[in-house]
Design a protein around this ligand. Structure first.
Ligand SMILES: NC(=O)c1ccc[n+]([C@@H]2O[C@H](COP(=O)([O-])OP(=O)(O)OC[C@H]3O[C@@H](n4cnc5c(N)ncnc54)[C@H](O)[C@@H]3O)[C@@H](O)[C@H]2O)c1
Ligand SMILES: CC(C)[C@H](C(=O)O)[C@@H](O)C(=O)O
Ligand SMILES: [Mg+2]
Length: 367
């Protein structure tokens, strides 16, 4: 059997609570299906800072580089509000993305039929929603230099972040979006702000050229990112694949999350380029949500985004398509039967905690 080495980085807040449900599933899959997953654990975020003063240690970084896939929970929280910017919990996640060159972040927003009433939008607006946000993850304003606060010496300071994109970065992320669109409804909407940003002008040019050169069979539209946000809320089903930069992708995916009922529902996959020799790509799978300090430790977090991220891992890192389909079907079926964590609770349904939701999904997966 091919190697199946997983590094589990549970992180802070509800990260460990959600990760426990995936760990349970992995143990059961190994026992019952002989899947042979080898798991290692590591620290990232605030817990890593507490242990060794860094948001991720070099040793855990090396484990991530060596793993076939990394499963990531969530990082951050008020406990670390005052730590220096360079070692804040979120820096651990950003280092993983940058050092592993995970440039393609896939954030599907699917509204499970049972949850159409849980969205803040009208059921008919979200029912059957199935869109995919492809977010560029290693460039843009997240990583551009200079990035600093300078003292102007007149009682004023200046905060600087720099948005930078090179042609190759836009080409490769739009290539991912076009390829994925071909497996879906064959439509891509590219979002930028070419009306105010030079990087937006280049983004638009390069996406257009990539489309013309290699993907003219796919339908391509361009939208200004602010209008895109509005359209996502007005009529989200008009979209199939959205491709956008790091910052717009961050914001638009939180918007998309709420269309599905809760941030606790949205999984993601962060992928690198396939290795020229082996075809294998570095990968990290994480829920879109954060450490949710307001509910951490209460046993009420929704583990579905984390479990669905593992389903993406089965699909994209191990080509275990049957198991991925079965896991996604198990989630849908448990929701159909009326089980709900607090964040997606509605009248007449059965409210359960994190562990009971995880147990029900695992049981359904093996049923
Ligand atoms: N990938 C990550 O690790 C990641 C992502 C986003 C935010 N963060 C960090 O998390 C911390 C908190 O950020 P925030 O409050 O803005 O965002 P958040 O995603 O942690 O929480 C936003 C809201 O959604 C709810 N929520 C989120 N996930 C949920 C789940 N699985 N089940 C039920 N409810 C859920 C929370 O209770 C909260 O009310 C910050 O330090 C932030 O930097 C980390
Ligand atoms: C925690 C933070 C660094 C991260 C981001 O901004 O990318 C998060 O919001 C996300 O969406 O993954
Ligand atoms: Mg975000």
């Amino acid at each position: 059997m091919a190697s199946r080495k997983l590094l589990l980085l549970a992180g802070d807040g509800i990260g460990p609570e959600a990760m426990a449900e995936v760990r349970k599933l992995i143990v059961a899959m190994n026992e019952k299906l002989g899947t042979g997953f080898e798991t290692e654990e590591g620290l990232v975020g605030g817990c890593a800072y507490d242990a060794h003063g860094k948001a991720i240690s070099d040793a855990d970084m090396a484990k991530a580089m060596a793993a076939d896939a990394v499963l990531f929970g969530a990082v951050g929280g008020p406990k670390w509000d005052a730590v220096p910017y360079e070692v804040r919990p979120e820096a651990g996640l950003l280092r993983l993305r940058k050092d592993m060159e995970l440039f393609a972040n896939l954030r599907p927003a699917i509204c499970y039929p049972a949850l159409a009433a849980s969205s803040s939008l009208k059921p008919e607006v979200v029912e059957g929603l199935d869109i995919l946000i492809v977010r560029e993850l290693t460039g843009g304003v997240y990583f551009g230099e200079p990035k600093e606060i300078i003292d102007l010496g007149n009682g004023q300071k200046r905060g600087i972040d720099t948005q930078v994109y090179d042609t190759f970065e836009i080409e490769r992320i739009s290539g991912v979006a076009f390829e994925l669109a071909r497996t879906r409804q064959n439509r891509v909407t590219s979002m930028e702000k070419r009306n105010v940003m030079k990087s937006g002008v280049l983004w638009n040019e390069v996406v257009t050229a990539t489309h013309k050169a290699k993907y003219s069979d796919v339908k391509l539209d361009h939208m200004l990112a602010d209008a895109g946000g509005m359209q996502l809320v007005r009529w989200p089903k008009q979209f199939d694949v959205i491709v956008t930069d790091n910052l717009f992708g961050d914001m638009l995916s939180d918007v998309a999350a709420m269309l599905t009922g809760s941030l606790g529902m949205l999984p993601s996959a962060s992928l690198g380029a396939p290795d020229a020799k082996t075809g294998k790509r570095k990968a990290l799978y994480e829920p879109v949500h954060g450490s949710a300090p307001d509910i951490a430790g209460k046993g009420i977090a929704n583990p579905i985004a984390m479990i669905a991220s593992f389903a993406m891992c089965l699909r994209y890192s191990f080509n275990m398509v049957t198991e991925a389909d079965r896991l996604e079907a198990a989630i849908a079926s448990v929701l159909d039967e009326g089980l709900r964590t607090k964040d997606i609770m509605s009248e007449g349904k059965t409210e359960v905690g994190t562990t009971a939701m995880g147990d029900a999904i695992v049981a359904k997966f093996f049923a």
